[in-house]
Design a protein around this ligand. Structure first.
Ligand code: GDP
Ligand code: MG
Length: 445
């Protein structure tokens, strides 16, 4: 699959891995080489240029995060941007259990609908759906026979009727499958279409009678970037649907077909990778790009980046903390996070200025007390968690009794909270938090 692109990508990655020094020249050469590969697989020139610009910008303007080798960073950026143009996240269609789901396949003649209908029948039957298949292709007499033969050895039901009226065929088929209480009906269509317009007209007509749960547009990969128009028309007409790109095995243009479909905002669910019944794969852009790059331990490389990622939620919390807005629970969460990253005292040593502010013995105490504090917090009311200054007198006694943590330790927790809150107001700590958010802090941990 996509041998040319794969070849260029692997050659580029090999070069990057083999060079001791990665400089601007090597980066630019690598991008050129990948460009060639993308163009050879018929990816739209605009998409290629956009890809190159993004990769170059990231690599030449932003340094790798601390602790990450430039070489790994280069590979990660290429991987990320390729994944983006080839579809981003994986899409899955799982028919609902307990109702009759209808999948409709449309596409121009020869795109691979009938073959794909049989492949899908097997795919969903393997997932324990009770599947029925039928073809409403009344133009070609052999078409229905083709589907019968393809599904003959499968554990699926097949329906046919001697008629030339596709709508009669359809309604009888639905009746039949309903009696047999199937979970899923896969309907193959004729596809006597020359362009997007006639394709969409037929879809509208059939949809009216059938109201399918899911429609797949089947596209032959060898049409390359021409897939754009079909995918676009499809996306504009149907609101539930996905794309299946067939014959990925037989063409160099698969990258073009995939990226063109993605560029319209449509989603690719499956790819066909051969003529046989099992030659259907769930399309997973990440895995797909991983395979193209052919890096054995890509997983490990990606994990290293994952650990550095600051999620939106984390960022929000950190920002709130920087403003001094945090509850005692937030404080504990942050302490836990810091603990995960290494010992607290080591961490404080790394932050210039901060280790002086917090006495060493207190650092050790914090480490020892985190557990006790957690227990104590569990015995606090929400009100107390938000406003720990309430914790005194009878409230303090109650928490201590409830948690089994002595009053002195709880008092310390409250004191610690107030101290931190005060500290957060200083310029110094604002700077540290900014550093955390910009991932610039934990060098070498
Ligand atoms: P339809 O006219 O859309 O129903 O297309 P068919 O299902 O009849 O397929 C047309 C031809 O493409 C047949 O010879 C299939 O065997 C072939 N075909 C379908 N899918 C694939 C695929 O993923 N890979 C390859 N190599 N051939 C395929
Ligand atoms: Mg057919």
């Amino acid at each position: 699959m996509l041998e040319e692109l794969k070849f260029k990508l692997r050659k580029t990655i090999g070069k990057i891995l083999g060079k001791a020094i990665i400089d601007e020249k090597l980066i630019k050469e690598s991008i050129k080489e990948i460009q060639k590969g993308l163009i050879l697989s018929d990816v739209n020139i605009k998409v290629v240029l956009d890809f190159s610009r993004k990769v170059e910008e990231k690599l030449l303007k932003t340094p790798p995060p601390p602790g990450i080798l430039l070489r790994d960073y280069v590979i990660k950026v290429i991987y990320d941007e390729l994944t983006k143009i080839l579809g981003g996240e994986e899409n899955k269609y799982l028919p609902e259990k307990g109702k009759i789901n209808k999948i409709l396949l449309i596409g121009i003649e020869g795109s691979g609908k009938t073959t794909t209908a049989a492949k899908l029948a097997k795919f969903y039957s393997n997932m324990k759906y009770k599947v029925g298949v039928m073809s409403i292709d009344t133009y070609r007499p052999a078409a229905r026979e083709q589907l019968r033969q393809l599904t003959n050895n499968l554990d699926v039901l097949f329906f046919d009727l001697n008629t030339n009226d596709p709508f009669k065929l359809l309604s009888k088929g639905l009746e039949y499958f309903s009696e047999k209480s199937v979970d899923l009906i896969i309907i193959d269509t004729a596809g006597r279409h020359k362009n997007e317009k006639t394709l969409m007209e037929e879809l509208k007509k059939i949809s009216k009678i059938l109201s399918p749960d899911f429609t797949f547009l089947v596209i032959d990969a060898s049409i390359g970037q021409q897939a754009y128009n079909q995918a676009k028309a499809f996306r504009d007409t149907t609101n539930i649907g996905g794309i299946i790109i067939t014959k990925m095995d037989g063409t160099a243009k698969g990258g073009g077909a995939l990226s063109a479909a993605v560029a319209t905002g449509a989603k690719v669910y499956f790819i066909g990778i051969g003529e046989k019944i099992d030659d259907l794969e769930i399309y997973n852009p990440r895995g797909f790009v991983g395979q193209l790059l052919g890096i054995g331990d890509l997983e490990t490389l990606l994990k290293r980046f994952e650990a550095l990622e600051i999620t939106a939620e984390k960022r929000k919390k950190l920002e709130a903390i920087a403003k001094g807005k945090f509850t005692i629970v937030d404080m504990m969460e942050q302490l836990q996070e810091i603990k995960k990253m290494g010992s607290l005292s080591r961490l404080l040593d790394l932050i210039p200025g901060l280790s002086m502010k917090i006495p060493k013995e207190m650092v050790h105490e914090i480490e020892n007390k985190i557990k006790k504090w957690e227990v104590a917090i569990n015995s606090m009311t929400t009100e107390e968690k938000v406003d720990p200054s309430l914790i005194k007198g009878s409230r303090l006694k109650r928490i201590s009794r409830g948690s089994g943590v002595d009053e002195r330790t709880i008092k310390e927790l409250v004191k610690q909270y107030h101290m931190l809150k005060k500290m957060m107001k200083s310029k110094q700590s604002k700077r540290i938090l900014r550093m955390i958010m910009n991932k610039k802090l934990f060098k070498g941990i």
